[in-house]
Ligand binder design. Structure first.
Ligand code: TMP
Length: 208
């Protein structure tokens, strides 16, 4: 079977990282070799760019600079990590990918969708995930969870509630526009319920 590329998307505090670990474990149980990765990051160079993007002052970058930074990281990630793994026939599961740019830099920070689309086409050509799981959660719930987590990667949590509402809507719009690629999962349930819903979506999509 050829390698497959799955992405997990959603706003702050939707439980992506926990669910990603569970999904990777479930895939491995079926005998697949799985590469677990994340964005921004996922390769040594892209991890360095990540620090520039997710730490520091809210107004540190203007929206277009930020967009170019995440795509610079993405170019490195695809070339050095994702592409080679898929070529080896392995599966790749990434905590975020290009839908996050449409949501955060597009809907959140106001970069035109068409501008992102053109950068995306230049960097990725036609490369896209085989399946994208979008974890959906009311904004207040997500931000409260993210706040409880703490840490230094708080730059985007600092944007106002309206920013996060626009992003949530953007992820749902992406799912509506690309139903063959995207599955929206209600993330309000407990961890095991959400994991079971994700696993159903993945199994169904790939006949596992
Ligand atoms: P994380 O908190 O889910 O690890 O994601 C890191 C942060 O990076 C998160 O606040 C969203 C942000 N981000 C963007 O703004 N644009 C992007 O394209 C990606 C992949 C992440």
């Amino acid at each position: 079977m050829p390698g497959r590329f799955i992405t997990l998307e959603g706003g702050e505090g939707t439980g992506k990282s926990t669910q990603l670990r569970r999904l990777v474990a479930a895939l491995e149980q079926t005998g697949l070799t799985v590469v677990k990765t994340r964005e921004p990051g996922g390769s040594p160079g892209a991890e360095q760019i990540r620090k520039l993007v997710v730490e520091g002052e809210v107004g540190r970058w203007n929206p277009i600079t930020e967009t170019l930074l995440v795509y610079a990281a993405r170019a490195d990630h695809v070339t050095r990590t994702i592409g080679p793994a898929l070529a080896r026939g392995e599966w790749v599961v990434s905590d975020r990918f290009n839908d996050s740019t449409y949501a955060y830099q597009g809907a959140g920070r106001g970069v035109e969708r068409e501008t992102i689309r053109r950068i995306d086409a230049a960097v990725l050509d036609d490369f896209k995930p085989d399946l994208t799981v979008i974890l959906d959660l009311p904004v207040e719930t997500g931000l409260a969870r993210a706040d409880a987590r703490g840490g230094t990667e708080t730059r985007f949590e600092s944007f106002d509630q309206d920013f996060h509402e626009r992003m949530r809507k953007a992820f749902l719009d992406i799912a509506r526009r690309q139903p063959e690629r995207c599955r929206v999962i209600d993330a309000t349930g407990d961890e095991s319920q959400v994991a079971a819903a994700i696993w159903e979506a993945v199994r169904g999509r790939f006949d596992l």
